[in-house]
Design a protein around this ligand. Structure first.
Ligand code: RIB
Length: 292
């Protein structure tokens, strides 16, 4: 069983569905409202656990009702929580999501996720060192991402950085990461002044650009490879990227080839968009294998 350590955000998603996205200064009437577990870190942890990995989450929640709900959700999904701690007097992170016109818009309020500091990482060093893969995103402080990338490099633990949401990052983080999985927008922020083709050639078998319904692009050392995705009926794309990253990490940690790992991850991500909510459609291992 692959051992995956996820370091990142745990949030509650407050989701409004509407036929129209409001313009600035405009009020529209929505159709529904739901509160569901989310946060890129938590989503990736749950997705990896459903795919059969042994997953430990390193994160921080508030000492509030949302924090409790997130803890219950991890328990149901078999995610280890010894390094998930509540921060006294802080609120759990929230994501304010509008689902309208076939896509989502999200504002994240980080709350306790900002307390995922290098000190939290120090407390979890044994877990990190014994992992087959560490998975990290950018809804936590940048200094923590830097710290984790140094630790993983030092102890030779493969690191998959999902650079979302986009922000410029240091050359050392890029060098220390084993795999980088930006989408097209994040790629332009990461490699400002470089074309996509140049960035891909600079980081063969390391940079994997997710291009939504067009699939995933990388450079294998000889040529650009595009692994196509699967056509499905889309209900909600929230969490598709998280499912991709988790499935990619699980497949790589199990020793699958790069191309097979991308294919497995594409399949998992395509299944995830067929249901409502970031985690609602995240498939089990059996569901991915049956559909492959
Ligand atoms: O990647 C999707 C996630 O991003 C949502 O669950 C929301 O929490 C935002 O952080």
């Amino acid at each position: 069983m692959a051992k995956i350590c996820v370091i990142g955000s745990c949030s509650m998603d407050l989701v409004v569905t509407s036929s129209k996205r409001p313009n600035a200064g405009e009020t529209v009437l929505g159709e529904s409202f739901a509160t569901v577990p989310g946060g890129k870190g938590a989503n990736q942890a749950v997705a990896a656990a459903r795919l059969g990995a042994e997953v430990t989450m390193i994160g921080r929640i508030g000492d509030d009702h949302y924090g409790e709900a997130i803890t219950n959700n991890f328990q149901i999904n078999n995610v280890h929580m010894e390094h998930l701690k509540p921060v006294t007097g802080m609120e759990t992170g929230t994501a304010h999501i509008i689902l309208a016109e076939g896509d989502n818009s999200i504002i994240v309020v980080k709350g306790a996720n900002d307390q995922v500091t290098p000190d939290c990482i120090e407390q979890a060093l044994d877990t990190i060192r014994s992992s087959d893969m560490v998975l990290i995103q950018q809804e936590i402080p940048e200094e923590t991402v830097t710290y984790v990338s140094d630790i993983c490099h030092k102890f030779n633990v493969p690191l998959l950085l999902n650079p979302a949401p986009a922000r410029p990052i240091s050359e050392s983080i890029i060098e220390n990461a084993t795999y980088l999985t930006p989408n097209e927008h994040e790629c332009t922020v990461l490699f400002a002044g470089m074309s996509t083709a140049e960035a891909l050639r600079k980081y063969p078998n390391k940079l994997f650009i997710t291009e939504g319904s067009h699939g995933v692009r990388y450079y294998d050392g000889n040529q650009e490879v595009v692994v196509p995705t699967y056509k499905v009926e889309v209900i909600d794309t929230t969490g598709a990227g998280d499912t991709f990253n988790a499935a990619f990490a699980v497949a790589l940690a199990e020793g699958k080839s790069l191309q097979d790992s991308v294919r497995f991850a594409n399949r998992a991500a395509s299944l995830s968009v067929t249901k409502f909510g970031a985690q609602g459609g995240m498939p089990t291992r059996a569901e991915v294998e049956e559909s492959l």
